[in-house]
Design a protein around this ligand. Sequence first.
Ligand code: AMP
Length: 400
Amino acid sequence: MKNINFKGKKVLIRVDFNVPFNGQMEVTDATRIVAALPTINYVLEQGGRVILMSHLGRPLKKLMDDGSINVEKFSLKNVVPTLSEKLNRSVAFSENTVGEDAENLANNLSDGDVLLLENTRFHKGEKTGDVDFAKQLARLGDIYVNDAFGTAHRAHASTAIVANFFSDENKAPGFLIEKEMLNANKVLNNPAHPMTAIVGGAKVSDKILLLDKLIDSSDNIIIGGGMAYTFFKAMGGEIGNSLCEDDRLETAKALLVKAKAENTNIYLPYDSVIADEFNANARVKIQDSDKIPTGWMGLDIGPKAIETFSEVIKNSKTILWNGPMGVFEMDAFAKGTKSIAHAVADATQNGAFSLIGGGDSVAAIKKVGLADKVSFISTGGGAMLEYLEGKELPGIKAVV
Ligand code: AMP
């Protein structure tokens, strides 16, 4: 962006304003809007005319009974008050995402004006990456900036295809995308050692590529959450009714073999908080993770696991965390995730670089109130996961 002259130009910026709302359609978490401000403000300071576009939810999947779009629920108009407050200036809104009316509004902007377009996903061409829809979007701007890191792993019309209609000098990634890449690269390229990856969450199948890649770069991999039990079963353990992907037992074994060959330490939770029901009021006890009786399930890591994991984390210089250690949404099974969050914060305090990426671990660290005690929290769940897996993200490739 720093090489582009924005003065007097219409700058079409793809942002990620896919934010949550309450029943009155007020924004309840403005993190994504705030994350886009540096790019928007920079263009405004340079005398540009800002045209913002984003998706919001899945309007075409949740049509009204008569088959029409639920505009009230999915309109980006609902974002205008918060955006306007954060930018400290008025924001015009175009009820059409593309077409003559939208083009007229864009053409009538003055330097320093901001126009927000209606939800790109009101058009089916958005998700299919339709070239004609992308061309219509491109007609709205002289310059294209993609700053929607959260959707950079999708080759949608507004995130990637639209870039084909701009010359190399007239397109760029925004500051948020730059920042996300810079921080992810600290973990991916020559991390300070020891490097520890903490991987949790429900399923092994979602994290196989990540684990495979991390075995190459990490000294330690801590595996927690529901996915740990597939590993215990693969090693011949008894896991009762814990979450398990039977079709991934061989994969789990292969990952353990690879880690051993590459001298990467794998830490699985020695013990678990087990429950007799998937329920906040279930009976609970502490049990070795490979000796869980039938009828019981592991829903959090146990005290010994917390101790071992925390020790490893505290001795690390680079930390990557993706996925919770247990069913942290229920207080009875949140202790493991909370304790790990504290260990990551402590290590950061002592000079480690820590990156939290992937939706649920971000929610967890916020819940514990330690969001400002880690080095970087990614705004992109799936996008960060794919970037860490070493995949090329279409939304980034399109503008660099
Ligand atoms: P993911 O999206 O893969 O990071 O998974 C996050 C989800 O995994 C959260 O909703 C957790 O409740 C769930 N989870 C974590 N640990 C367990 C567990 N031991 N058993 C069942 N679900 C779990």
